[in-house]
Design a protein around this ligand. Structure first.
Ligand code: FCB
Length: 425
């Protein structure tokens, strides 16, 4: 693959993305803490510890500044803000206001995620997203977030990867609440789509009252490439089926009309891109007639996910052909505990973004996943995605070499020959 210098346009924003539950620690009132208590986190690590970001906002914000990030994607923890239905915690709200203010003071544009896989136990116990009341609960919470934090925020993600939440939680059963029910998957999707659309409209209604006349609202979609294992009709059919059911139907319903002038529920499309799956048709109804795996012999990360940068080009190109909207890469990164290939991963994926832009696609931002090692859901803290190493006993942070590479990219909006020599070769 090509390794050559390239640059990104002047207005292009680079930053990092995080999620509240994965970094904050200190909260036990959510579905992920219960999942941990029930013994489902593979390495037994405790999300109520995570990387103690709640107490280290100043230190972690200083890292963002040190790396020259132009923007930062962060989330709020619903169970902290609304620990009981209808009761809002002023301290938690003040904490998030303080964090957002620090970012603004440092000239870092915040992109705020309202919902990222995690919710209070009272919400879980009423059936979570399966309950018809989930929509009104989510909207009530969202209204508080927007009214109380909205004068500090222009850019919003209503929800992160609703497809992954529902597939892992309700089809594969490997995430909370650990059910296997395709019927529930569709029910949850219906509720999340309605909730997103109403939140989109709500944010547009409230923000101008707060002095933010042009909010930008979207969803962070998990998009993968699904390629058929062979040219056989059955494999091709299954690959298309996965593509449509696990992502196409979410993007279309949450974005709205693909033409100009139609009804729309997004101002940008957020893309979380990591990898590709090779799809085989398997004549076995018990496993849904399909199996997904990494390409044999392909380079993979510590979790066995194929490293496939062209896939980013392909999924973004696919979106750009359908929707006349700006695209933000809201997550992209890799699990690499030795930091052996992270710099190369960053180079390869940013190179694809450079190609997309050269080809006329409106990609405006890139958020690397993620700032520090953290609580990686069911994998726990042993799966290390951070630009910054964390010693979870002492909570000491130490930037990896890839962090220095990424910081230089942020500062220059470019990769130079010298940087290639220093970090890639
Ligand atoms: C994405 C999630 C994010 C993180 C990365 C590795 O699917 O949105 O929270 O876990 O994967």
């Amino acid at each position: 693959m090509t390794i050559e210098p390239f640059s990104l346009p002047d207005g292009f924003l680079l930053g990092v993305a995080t999620a509240a539950t994965q970094i904050e620690g200190g909260d036990r009132n959510n579905n992920w803490y219960r999942w941990f208590e029930d013994g489902h986190v593979k390495d037994g690590s405790d999300p109520s510890v995570a990387c103690d970001h709640w107490n280290r906002v100043a230190e972690d914000t200083a890292l963002l500044t040190e790396f020259g990030c132009h923007t930062y994607r962060l989330g709020v923890e619903w169970s902290r803000i609304e620990p009981e239905p209808g009761r809002y915690d002023e301290e938690a709200i003040a904490h998030y206001r303080d964090e957002l203010q620090r970012l603004r003071d440092a000239d870092i544009v915040p992109l705020l995620t309202i919902y990222h896989f995690s919710h209070p136990l009272w919400f879980e116990d009423m059936g979570g997203w399966m309950s018809r009341r989930s929509i009104e609960c989510y909207l009530r919470f969202t209204e508080v977030v927007v009214r109380r934090l909205g004068n500090l925020v222009d850019d919003w993600i209503t929800m992160n990867e609703p497809n992954i939440y529902l597939i892992f939680g309700y089809v594969m059963g490997v995430w909370p609440p650990g059910r296997k029910s395709v019927r529930r998957f569709f029910r949850g999707r219906r509720h999340m789509v309605r909730a997103h659309r109403a939140a989109y409209e709500m944010i547009h209604r409230i923000s101008p009252e707060l002095g933010r006349p042009e909010p930008k609202v979207g969803v962070a979609h998990h998009l993968r490439v699904f390629d058929p294992a062979t040219d056989r009709v059955a494999d091709r059919f299954m690959a298309r089926f996965y593509d449509r059911m696990s992502q196409g139907i979410f993007v279309s319903a949450m974005t709205g009309s693909s033409g100009d002038g139609g009804r729309r529920w997004a101002d940008f499309i957020g893309v979380n891109y990591y990898s590709r799956d090779i799809v085989h048709f398997v004549p076995n109804p018990a496993i849904g007639f399909g199996r997904r795996m990494s390409l044999e012999g392909a380079p993979v990360n510590d979790l066995g996910w194929e490293r496939y940068p062209e896939g980013l080009y392909r999924v973004v190109q696919w979106l750009a052909e359908r929707y006349p909207l700006p695209i933000y890469i809201t997550e992209n990164g890799t699990c690499d505990s030795r930091d052996a290939f992270r710099s190369r991963y960053i180079y390869d994926h940013l190179y694809q973004i450079h190609r997309l832009i050269e080809d006329g696609v409106d990609v405006r931002r890139y958020y690397h996943w993620t700032l520090t090692d953290n609580f990686e859901w069911s994998e726990g803290t042993t799966a290390r995605f951070g630009l910054v190493y964390v010693d979870f006993d002492s909570q000491r942070r130490a930037p990896r070499e890839s962090a220095r590479f990424y910081a230089e990219i942020c500062r220059r909006r470019a990769v130079t020959t010298g940087m290639i020599e220093r970090y890639i070769r």
